[in-house]
Design a protein around this ligand. Structure first.
Ligand code: GLP
Length: 264
């Protein structure tokens, strides 16, 4: 695992966007096969999506041969709801890039058979050739996608029940009323994410510091599902200074030394 630390969240977000654009361009230069990417929602990726949109507008990267699969979606929330992850993705990324509509995949939280929807999603990911790259955020408890504590690290796309903590944290998007936050979601599993060739997790702000400590310095545990990244051959955590506030000084110095040596 590599941890990239920038003083400000914006600089970290821009670094991540440029890294992703480079990976897309690198694959496009080698093959006509599509670049398959996993995408996340939340306030954390917004600046990265802005930078990617800017790079597309400037012709520095194209999503024409990119296939995307989003991580998760609430169950029972209409797609047109302003807080659905469908709405989020169009308003923050898809409306500004050149990804063909048929390449965009987001779980349908209103499907008549939710289990069938999840199975079909896993199959669609396999049929696309598997993920080249997965971009994720984390919850304050270290959940990745909606893989709450106690989710098996071998989990796949499925229906999940949200913890009360997550519903309280996410109530800021629902008039601060947790009763408006859906109780369930569809989510890719931890193994769906870690199967990707490369995984990058963004974490900004002091509220993520405990989760980053657990993910980086704690053991691999279902209590903090992002800790599964410790066993990944190409895992990145991209943070601002506030999010690494609970790392040990020696860990912090090591990651900064790697950044400097590898000119990251
Ligand atoms: C939700 C999403 C996660 C996201 C998390 C953090 O729980 N399911 O994928 O990482 O929120 O959101 P934020 O970036 O707003 O802190």
């Amino acid at each position: 695992m590599k941890v990239i630390i920038r003083e400000k969240a914006k600089d970290a977000a821009v670094w991540a966007a440029r890294y992703i654009a480079d990976r897309i361009n690198e694959k496009a230069a080698k093959t006509s096969e599509p670049f398959v990417i996993g995408l996340c929602t939340g306030s954390t990726p917004i600046e990265t999506y802005k930078e990617l949109s800017r790079l597309v507008k400037e012709g520095k990267v194209s999503f024409k041969n990119v296939i995307s699969f989003n991580m998760d979606e609430y169950v029972g929330l209409p797609e047109s709801h302003p807080e659905s992850y469908h709405s989020f993705m169009y308003h923050n990324l898809f409306d500004y890039i050149d990804e063909p509509a048929q390449n965009i995949h987001i779980l349908n939280g209103n499907a008549p058979d939710l289990n069938a929807e999840c199975e079909a999603y896993e199959k669609a990911i396999r049929d696309a050739g598997g993920f080249d790259f997965f971009l994720g955020g984390i919850g304050e408890d270290g959940h990745i996608a909606f893989n709450e504590p106690f989710s098996p690290l071998t989990s796949r796309t499925r229906v999940v029940t949200l913890t009360e903590d997550t519903r309280i944290v996410n109530s800021r998007f629902f008039d601060n009323d947790m009763n408006q936050v859906p109780k369930q979601a569809l989510s890719v599993g931890v193994a769906t994410v870690t199967d990707a060739k490369e995984v990058m997790i963004l974490a900004f702000g002091p509220k993520k510091a405990r989760a980053i400590h657990d993910a980086v310095e704690g053991g691999v545990s279902h209590m903090c599902t992002v800790s599964a990244l410790q066993n990944h051959p190409a895992g990145w955590i991209v943070c601002d200074e506030a999010a690494v506030g609970e790392l040990r000084v020696n860990s912090y110095k090591y990651f900064k030394a790697v950044e400097a040596a590898e000119k990251l």
